[in-house]
Design a protein around this ligand. Structure first.
Ligand code: ATP
Length: 727
């Protein structure tokens, strides 16, 4: 890390205003909508005034404040405009310039005879299969003689090719089967979500540019540290450290074999046990996703075939292979001349991919050829960081099937499945330097799917009954991987160079978010989620804090962005309409009627979101509960009236403070949203929720003021009466 301070994160410095290209008609959207929402015709300003918040009125904002609001609003709106790009019909992507591999129509490979053209990629049919314990499953390798040191390849000549391939493995071949008992234990205890980080080495270009390696990996601590060079206001440089802890971290020296052992190998046995497993790579372009993902299916296939041919010999298991990509929201079969595929839902809401070719495979060479063919057909383009950048999500699936009675005469049904997803570069959606429409369509879709994927993982780990898989094509296609007994392995690929610092941090934050969500956190409780995140990174941060600069103690953008994206995604799920201010009746009668619900803290209609939790906490800090119920008609003395008036004033003051706090929270939220602003985030829904909260607060203030006026009138009348009676 020597000299890290000499380099300023290039990209970060170059892209400070990347969102400034788009213009919006109303910069005063927020204030406008509050004004409209609060009763129209400037009522919003009125309530702000009455709440002592006249400084927030649009007319009274300083130009700097107006600029700030405008900026926030513009950035929120950008998310919405980004979505509109999706309405464009994506064209079939260009074929890769990669040379096509030798393609053999070998005897062994044939499109599934079982497939009637509509391939059900889901395993609803597995539910029909009786639980059939597989004799010998995970049994000790001893009966097969492995304990005597003979490898599988010694026993099975057809595996010679794979033997060759596996010579590189550090662990001897036979160990795979030797460890089945252990694997059984392992696969049962493999976490539902495992997050692994892999750092690639500096490439030639980066070395030539004398770029720093700003990533430190401590494999024994499972920690990764990003050393970000920043500038203080006086232009002196300092290095900010960002530490993250994951399930495993792999440095640049780690081989693909080791990556496999750390990620996929433990879950392979589980797919014979009705598990759906998904492994995906996430990271910016050129960070090594394809490099990492490409070898995994072949290695997994080798192990699956070994299990089928040995441990599960004569049990009727069959292995099926399919490979397709999602590009611009459309599906293309990578093994059938990029034939466009359709996704359909059947009556049982099971998703089928119409026309996808599935190949029954029984040896590693065939699988290798299929993988090469599919890879050669993928959509690629060139980015600054990668000449062959993936512009699509590629999904390779290995499905284990079996017929009910184990014979080949009956249709086979899916038992378990292993899906490998090579995601498109994570930064492409945000890259507004790419101005051509096609790239932006790609970017919007990619972003949408990455957000949706995170949502599904979160729901999956929380054992939620509703999995928001409809969020994108990617998650829809992977629907069955999110239900039932599932396992997810996420490999976050990061580039080590200083110029990628911003993207690397984003990748690690996404991974950290996925990881922190995987602790069963309560999505509705923002403080819980925040604590979990802190517990992920805090031990290291704390350990290092004694050495850190004062700037290190500033609130981390990581946390802010995470929280903001959590809100944004949360609100996407929350479709319950909130009460518009127009629905309010400001009369005293109405106030009296709904007063109890206000006092209850709006627990029913207003308990859902993290923001609302925070607002509610603000509510609970005020003295609602301590305000006594006083019936004005029972008042007999000046003291009573004055006491009542005082209480009413206190009530209004408390409420005013509450409204101010709420407004501050909302302003904070808007800043966070600015950070999380991405096309497809559905920020419009979020904004309308914020406005609805503001409107409700406004309505409350107006009602309280009406009540106060009422009591003031009564007090005046009382005083007149008292003075007319004389001494
Ligand atoms: N761990 C690694 N060791 C050595 N080389 C690597 C490693 N990871 C990646 N590379 C090299 O870096 C380059 C970019 O990798 P790769 O194509 O896998 O990136 P990517 O994340 O898939 O990018 P994109 O999203 O643009 O498709 C390739 O030339 C690859 O060989």
């Amino acid at each position: 890390m020597n000299g890290a301070a000499a380099v300023v994160g290039g990209r970060q410095m170059q892209r400070p205003g990347r969102h400034r290209q788009r213009q919006y008609s109303s910069d005063n959207f927020f204030l406008d909508s509050v004004a409209t929402g609060a009763g129209g015709g400037g009522a919003g300003n009125k309530w702000l005034q009455s709440a002592g918040l006249h400084h927030l009125q649009s007319s009274s904002l300083t130009s700097a404040q107006q600029v700030e609001y405008s900026r926030m609003l513009r950035s929120m709106r950008k998310g919405m405009s980004g979505d509109s790009l999706l309405s464009s019909e994506p064209s079939t992507p260009p074929l890769s310039s990669r040379s096509s591999s030798q393609w053999k129509n070998g005897d062994v490979v044939s499109p599934s005879e079982l497939s009637p053209g509509i391939l059900d990629i889901h395993s609803f049919d597995t539910e029909l299969l009786p639980e059939m314990p597989v004799p010998g499953l995970y049994e000790s390798a001893a009966p097969f003689g492995y304990a005597q040191g003979r490898s599988l390849d010694d026993l099975e000549p057809s595996f010679s090719a794979s033997k060759q391939m596996n010579n590189n493995r550090v662990v001897p071949e036979s160990n795979f089967l030797k460890s089945f008992s252990a694997d059984k234990e392992k696969s049962g205890s493999v976490a539902k979500i495992k997050v692994v980080v892999r750092k690639r080495p500096l490439n030639k270009k980066e070395i030539a540019k004398k770029e720093e390696d700003i990533i430190t990996i401590e494999q024994n601590l499972n920690s990764v540290t990003v050393h970000e060079t920043k500038l203080k206001v006086d232009l002196t440089e300092y290095v900010e450290k960002h530490e993250f802890v994951f399930d495993a971290v792999l440095d640049e020296d780690v081989s693909n074999d080791e990556v496999y052992r750390e990620t996929v190998e433990p879950i392979v046995p589980a797919i014979f046990q009705r598990t759906k497993a998904t492994c995906f790579a996430y990271g910016q372009t050129g960070s090594g996703k394809t490099y990492t993902m490409q070898p995994l299916p072949l290695k997994a296939s080798q192990d699956i075939l070994r299990l089928m041919h040995h441990t599960y010999r004569n049990q009727g298991f069959q292995l099926f292979f399919s490979f397709f990509e999602i590009y611009g929201g459309k599906l293309f079969d990578l093994l059938n001349d990029r034939r466009k595929l359709c996704m359909r839902e059947d009556g049982k809401q099971q998703v089928c991919i119409v026309g996808l070719q599935e190949f029954r495979v029984s040896n590693v060479d065939t699988i290798k050829e299929l993988i090469e063919k599919g890879n050669a057909t993928r959509s690629t383009g060139t980015t600054g960081a990668n000449e062959e950048s993936s512009r699509s999500h590629a999904i390779l699936q290995l499905a284990i099937k079996k017929s009910v009675d184990g014979s080949e005469s009956k249709p086979a049904r899916v038992i378990g499945k292993l899906s490998f997803i090579d995601l498109a570069g994570s930064e492409r959606g945000a890259d507004t330097t790419d101005n051509d429409k096609q790239t932006r369509i790609e970017g919007a879709e990619i972003n949408k799917s990455l957000l949706a994927l995170k949502e599904c993982i979160r729901a999956l780990d929380n054992d939620q009954t509703h999995i928001p898989f409809r969020g994108s094509k990617l998650t829809e296609v992977l629907r069955d991987s999110f239900i039932g007994d599932s396992r997810t392995v996420m490999i976050s690929c990061i580039s080590p160079n200083s110029g990628s610092c911003e993207h690397t941090l984003n990748t690690l934050r996404y991974a950290d978010r996925v990881k922190s969500l995987s602790k069963g956190s309560n999505k509705k409780d923002i403080s819980t989620a925040t604590n979990l995140r802190e517990s992920t990174a805090a031990p290291l941060s704390n350990a290092l804090s004694a050495f850190s600069s004062p700037e290190d103690h500033a609130p981390s953008g990581r946390e802010e962005r995470t929280v903001a994206s959590s809100y944004a995604s949360y609100f996407r799920e929350q479709t319950k309409g909130s009460t518009a201010v127009e629905d309010y009746d400001y009369s005293e009668e109405a106030y009296e009627q709904d007063k109890p619900s206000w006092k209850k803290g709006k627990s029913d209609a207003y308990s859902a979101s993290p923001l609302e939790d925070r607002v509610r906490r603000v509510d609970s800090c005020t003295k609602w509960k301590n305000v006594p119920e006083v019936d004005a008609s029972d008042l007999h003395s000046d003291d009573d009236l004055n006491a009542l008036l005082k209480e009413e004033e206190d009530l209004v003051m408390a409420h005013r403070g509450q409204v101010e706090d709420t407004i501050n929270i909302i302003r904070e939220e808007m800043k966070l949203l600015d950070e999380a602003d991405q096309p497809g985030n559905h920020l419009d829904e979020y904004v309308s929720r914020l406005n609805a909260i503001l409107s409700q607060k406004a309505a409350g203030i107006i009602k309280l003021q009406a009540r106060l006026a009422h009591f003031q009138r009564r007090l005046t009348e009382h005083n007149v009466l008292v003075s007319s009676l004389g001494p």
